[in-house]
Design a protein around this ligand. Structure first.
Ligand SMILES: *[C@@H]1O[C@H](CO)[C@@H](O)[C@H](O)[C@H]1NC(C)=O
Length: 259
């Protein structure tokens, strides 16, 4: 054990080093540099500071997908460059009472989800012809969502719950079902729903709450929580990034001349 005086001496000699200055910010093209690196060893060399191998999910500044029901924070190649080349990512879900991570798929990864605390209900459908699978996960339990499966997570408890998810891709991606589907061209949505009517479909996408959203009425009632109004910023804007440009519908195509 060090004596008090030698500890003081060491502290004064190494004081500046012990204060661990903030690491130099990573170059803006670091992900490109990491992807271009000829070897994994070269990638390590591009991340000179050990702190670049730490991702803090509880950092209030960590980028999150958030709504009134909680948030999901993901460490992937975009937010945590140290995973580049390693084929893995991780997410944390912080679900408020009755919070629901709305139905979604991951286009490039299978997910394994571990429940840290609370009771988390999950549901999934993997493909046409496969049955619906539901789980109620207690702390310490996990489940698997195969790549491409449609799944959701809902906190069935009246206290916040947390889950941890691992992915076998450094860029699992996410596609929220309602937010994307209902933003497609209204006549396509209407036709998919057995022609319920374009007017009925118009504006539906504007109702879709941001994920993590409020969950079921049953849960909210049981927990004595109000169904407050929710932000709707994650929906597919009809004006851009859509299946058809604004104002264009499938039936407006000159199909007659072609067929
Ligand atoms: C679960 O853990 C999270 C994060 O520490 C915490 O915010 C939450 O209150 C915990 N919930 C329960 C039911 O213990």
């Amino acid at each position: 054990m060090l004596s008090f005086t030698s500890t003081l001496l060491l502290a004064s000699v190494f004081g500046s080093a012990l204060a661990s200055p903030a690491p130099a910010p990573l170059p803006t093209d670091i992900v490109g540099q990491l992807r271009d690196a000829p070897t994994a060893a070269a990638r390590i060399g591009l991340l000179p500071d050990d702190s670049q191998f730490v991702f803090n999910f509880f950092d209030p500044l960590a980028k999150a997908t958030a709504g009134k029901g909680g948030k999901v924070i993901t460490a992937n190649s975009g937010t945590f460059p140290a995973v580049v080349g390693n084929g893995a990512a991780m997410a944390i879900g912080l679900l408020e009472p009755c919070g629901m991570n709305t139905p979604h798929t991951h286009p490039r990864a299978t997910e394994i989800q571990f429940n840290v605390n609370g009771t988390i209900r999950t549901g999934m459908i993997t493909e046409n012809g496969a049955r619906f699978i539901m789980t109620d996960l207690d702390p310490g339990e996990m489940t698997v969502f195969p790549m491409g499966s449609v799944h959701f997570q809902i906190n069935e408890g009246c206290a916040p719950a947390m889950f941890v998810s691992g992915f076998n891709s450094e860029d699992p991606g996410a596609l929220q079902i309602a937010q994307r589907f209902l933003g497609l061209s209204p006549d396509i949505v209407a036709a998919t729903l057995n022609d319920i009517g374009v007017e009925e479909v118009m504006g539906l996408e504007a109702l879709i709450p941001d994920s993590v959203s409020l969950g079921t009425d049953e849960c909210l009632k049981r927990c004595g929580l109000p169904r407050v109004s929710q932000p709707t910023t994650q929906r597919q804007p009809r004006v851009s990034g859509n299946a058809f440009p604004s104002g264009v519908s499938a039936s407006a195509w000159p199909v007659a001349s072609k067929y």
